[in-house]
Write a protein that binds this ligand. Sequence first.
Ligand SMILES: Nc1ncnc2c1ncn2[C@@H]1O[C@H](COP(=O)(O)OP(=O)(O)OP(=O)(O)O)[C@@H](O)[C@H]1O
Ligand SMILES: Nc1nc2c(ncn2[C@@H]2O[C@H](COP(=O)(O)O)[C@@H](O)[C@H]2O)c(=O)[nH]1
Length: 218
Amino acid sequence: MTDTRRGLLVILSSPSGAGKSTLARRMMDWDTSLRFSVSATTRSPRAGEVDGEHYHFVEESDFKTMVAQGEMLEHAHVFGNFYGSPAAPVREAIEAGRDVLFDVDWQGAQQISNSSLRDHVLSIFVLPPSIRELRRRLETRGQDSDEVISKRMQKSWDEISHWDGYDYVLVNDDLDASFEKLKVIVTAERMRRAQQPGLVTFVRSLQTEFQEFEDRDA
Ligand SMILES: Nc1ncnc2c1ncn2[C@@H]1O[C@H](COP(=O)(O)OP(=O)(O)OP(=O)(O)O)[C@@H](O)[C@H]1O
Ligand SMILES: Nc1nc2c(ncn2[C@@H]2O[C@H](COP(=O)(O)O)[C@@H](O)[C@H]2O)c(=O)[nH]1
């Protein structure tokens, strides 16, 4: 087991379109020490998606090789494509004491939560305020065909039905309010695990100061 004060694995899941990528982007801007787990996928890039930044876009044969070689922390077949989280960058981040942010479906969340890294996990499920609004968001995102949107809507209940396996559940109605709640959840979890940056150094300085007081009073 690894030291759980080193590296939190913050997992965001939701039905497609509920807003987890939007929240993840805000989290990355808020805390530049956070590392985003760039997934590998066999899906085609959307307009504006950059290979290596949003995803590692790979062929199915390469994806299967990565899985066979044990390079994935988790992987799943979602909406007709393969997705997986490469393990090496996650383990490196934990070693360096950095927190990692994941945008994965319920299957990925479950696999990470059952892995040897389970004690590092902080899982958050993002719900849409309504199914109608979920559809509206997928449509206004303007990235997917009607066929893809229908498929994702059909699968939305499958995803939502796993909501109660998560540590926290967030209804993403107002985006700013949801982001504030997400920051509170992560901050509180860091404090619970005594994982604030610079904390160990600060406690050492208190110890030195305490010793100085003791020596003076002796
Ligand atoms: N609270 C919100 N209110 C209104 N629109 C939102 C809100 N959150 C996100 N959106 C918008 O909804 C659309 C879908 O959001 P996003 O792409 O983040 O969803 P997602 O959960 O990551 O979907 P996927 O799983 O398909 O990647 C985007 O156009 C985004 O700008
Ligand atoms: N189990 C995993 N699920 C993943 C991963 N990367 C993304 N996802 C999930 O797939 C769907 C669709 O994503 P999209 O980018 O095509 O809209 C969404 O629910 C993601 O959370 C992964 O590495 N593993």
